[in-house]
Design a protein around this ligand. Structure first.
Ligand code: MG
Length: 301
């Protein structure tokens, strides 16, 4: 199933997409319906069963065309920081090390990490598809995109082994790990340069894990219609089970946690000279079965 969060008046509504690209309001489907997607995830299998039973009863006239709504990110405000993986495709690890912006690389250190590099993005950086990415007036002028597969945790836990890691995945979405390269380089630690307001576009929907083969997805990113990133998720250096095992070894994962799995080659700093984003640029990202995430850059006024 595919879940969206959309605005109806001033309220954020949870919806499920049917096969005809129409949105069914989750609150209309069963009594005591969850308020938001985090609550739905927390309900686990019981919630999904109630939802499936109720969906057949919904009248066609009560459904909303997908293109008619203002979508928010499928998880508009995550409970805590989005966990992200740096340098998780071989080709991108090399392009980043050679760009001069990677202060974590050194001459004695090979480009390829021996263990996952983890950083986080602030929940306040999240926006939905078709919402605008604001390039700050002063801070961060070298702004870049990173197309990534996002993993949404369902059942939480600690010390989750690789073998059962997929049992803890609720679904998948698209994330654009927007980055101010100058801030990333200046502060060495990546948090500020990746957590600016609007720097985490997400969506358009979350597809539940039963609908996705996460190791065989095509990931593509265009800027103003020009194909920049074109990769397959099977080429991740550290696969999803390894990331879940690594993160949960000492940190308890909770329902609704999000992991951004890293970006492939083709970002702006991969060019010589680098190409950074400017006002009016349009970034489109598609991943098999996860739709298309589209955002435009505007300058802060
Ligand atoms: Mg990234």
């Amino acid at each position: 199933m595919r879940f969206v969060t959309f605005l109806e008046g001033t309220d954020a509504q949870l919806g499920v997409l049917d096969d005809g690209q129409k949105i069914i309001r989750v609150k209309s489907v069963f009594s005591n319906a969850p308020e938001d997607i985090i609550e739905l995830i927390q309900l686990g299998q019981a919630g999904m069963l109630s939802l499936r039973e109720g969906m057949d009863q919904v009248l066609e006239s009560d459904k909303i065309p997908f293109d008619d709504v203002h979508l928010l990110a499928p998880i508009p405000r995550p409970i805590r920081n989005i966990m992200c993986v740096g340098k998780n495709y071989y080709t991108h690890a090399h392009e980043f090390a050679q760009s001069g912006f990677d202060k974590s690389a050194s001459k004695t250190d090979p480009d390829i990490p021996v263990a996952p590099i983890i950083f986080t993005k602030a929940p306040s950086s999240v926006i939905g598809t078709r919402e605008q990415i604001v390039k700050p007036r002063k801070l961060g002028q070298k702004v870049d995109y990173e197309a990534e597969l996002g993993v949404v945790i369902g059942k939480g836990g600690r010390n989750i082994s690789k073998e059962i890691a997929y049992d803890h995945v609720w679904g998948y979405t698209i994330i654009n790990d927007m980055t101010a390269r100058d801030i990333q380089a200046k502060h060495k630690q990546w948090f500020i340069g990746k957590s600016l307001d609007t720097f985490c576009p997400m969506g358009p929907w979350i597809a539940t894990a039963d609908e996705v083969d996460p190791e065989n997805l095509d990931l593509k990113c265009w800027v103003n219609g020009e194909l920049r990133q074109d990769a397959q998720t099977k080429d991740l250096i550290f696969d999803i089970p390894t990331l879940i095992e690594t993160l949960s070894e000492g940190i308890t994962l909770i329902p609704g946690d999000i992991i951004a799995t890293g970006t492939p080659a083709g970002v702006g700093i991969g060019f010589d000279p680098p190409i950074f984003l400017k006002e009016g640029d349009r970034i489109q990202i598609s991943i098999t079965g996860l739709g298309e995430l589209e955002n435009t850059i505007v300058d802060e006024v």
